[in-house]
Design a protein around this ligand. Structure first.
Ligand SMILES: [Mn+2]
Length: 395
């Protein structure tokens, strides 16, 4: 008998689907949140037959259970932990642990891809093209590589995962993977997924107008409340506001905070670690513990949201050699312009600020971090120029 304890997201459930394909009725699968896993492991030791082979995928256990699992293994018990989170690499010290973040070819891994490799290597599953395609979609979604590769199938697979219950998703995928030569969506699914994509777009554009900016532990964070679509939100908000180091997504009902960043110089698993959480460099999370509540909720509730940059301008555009015009909530006006071949400067009203910058982006980041200014629309820009001309005439 086998037992698989895995995560509740697409990558975690991908492991469950593979386990059921491999072992059929011979495996019991339970999906857990990060915090729920430890209770589940304790339950295993109290109630499960000692001959049951235990798999733990996409998650890792606390120190206490780490010791229990090792004692179980040393006494002849069968256990295998497979994970790809950087915060779990110390499980590689055990014979029963295998944590790989990046494979030999430099490709990011996922729990589903590691578990598939394990099952194939140990001849526990029949390799198939459809299953391989499914595993690769899950991997690309989980590592966010789909975006770089423009692989919308991967994104759609995750959207489908959230549209139905876990049980229904498992059932659909298992029967499809058993019977088809390639992994595909049905026509009906395609239609629903298209509608879902539009719904997500509208949700994200609303959140772009709700985000507030704060500084926590020396880093600039964008804070937003959202119950769903965390990965999409983190990515879209990160791109809309690149001057922010990371995005903190508050799920008040679940009492959790998710952290996302699009920047390579930021490691949000460290940010989450500060509040007792963990995860990846680009995506992490923690419980809404008191300190996190104070920083992200109490500290920001009174703040007004950021304003998006105007995005349909023809004249007031970024990196313009004539200068780019910004405003903030206090109606202060700013102009970013090239000072000479290599430096950029900012005028605050009409006075040049002391700092100079080696690029437009650096100047804009400074402006947005310190003044929460936004690129104004062409008509505001033109009005300003007209007023300038008028005042020059009357002088
Ligand atoms: Mn994963």
């Amino acid at each position: 008998m086998y037992k698989l304890l895995s995560h509740t997201d697409l990558d975690g459930v991908g492991c469950g689907i593979l386990a059921k394909l491999a072992f059929g009725k011979g495996v019991k699968v339970r999906y857990n949140s990060v915090s729920g896993l430890n209770r589940e492991v304790e339950w295993f030791f109290e109630n499960e037959d000692r001959n049951t082979f235990l798999f733990i995928t996409d998650l890792s256990v606390n120190e206490e259970n780490e010791k229990r699992l090792d004692a179980f293994y040393q006494a002849g018990g069968k256990v295998q932990l497979l994970d790809h989170h950087i915060t779990s690499v110390h499980f590689n010290d055990y014979e029963w642990g295998r944590v790989v973040v990046e494979d030999e070819d430099g490709k990011l891994t996922s729990a589903t891809s590691l578990f598939y490799e394990y099952l194939v290597t140990n001849q526990l599953i029949e390799p198939s093209v459809a299953v391989e395609e499914f595993v690769e979609l899950v991997r690309q979604y989980d590592t966010w590589e789909w975006e770089k590769n423009d692989n919308h199938q991967a994104h759609r697979l995750n959207a489908l995962f959230f549209l139905v219950s876990i049980e229904e998703f498992e059932e659909k995928m298992i029967s499809r993977l058993k019977s088809s030569t390639h992994f595909d969506f049905s026509e009906f699914e395609e239609k629903i997924l298209e509608m879902e994509e539009h719904k997500i777009e509208r949700y994200i554009s609303r959140k772009k107008r709700e985000i507030v900016q704060t500084k926590v532990g020396g880093l600039y964070a964008g804070v937003v409340y959202a119950e769903s679509y965390h990965s999409e939100l983190g990515n879209e908000l990160g791109k809309e506001y690149p001057h922010l180091d990371y995005i903190a997504i508050l799920n008040m009902g679940g009492k959790r905070v998710g952290f996302r960043t699009i920047h390579d110089h930021i490691d949000v698993s460290e940010v989450a670690g500060h509040f007792g959480g963990g995860g990846h460099a680009k995506a992490s999370g923690c419980s809404l513990v008191e300190e996190a509540y104070k920083e992200f909720v109490l500290g920001t509730f009174h703040l007004e949201s950021l304003r998006e940059d105007a995005n349909r301008n023809r004249y007031n555009v970024k990196r313009s050699l004539f200068g780019t015009f910004y405003k903030n909530r206090g109606e202060e006006i700013f102009l970013i312009y090239p000072l000479n071949e290599c430096d950029w400067a900012i005028d605050h009203y009409k006075t040049k600020m002391d700092q100079t910058f080696s690029s437009f982006d650096e100047a804009e980041t400074f402006l947005k971090r310190n003044y929460e200014a936004w690129l104004v629309r062409d008509d505001t820009f033109v009005n300003y120029l007209m007023e300038e001309v008028k005042s020059m005439r009357s002088e």
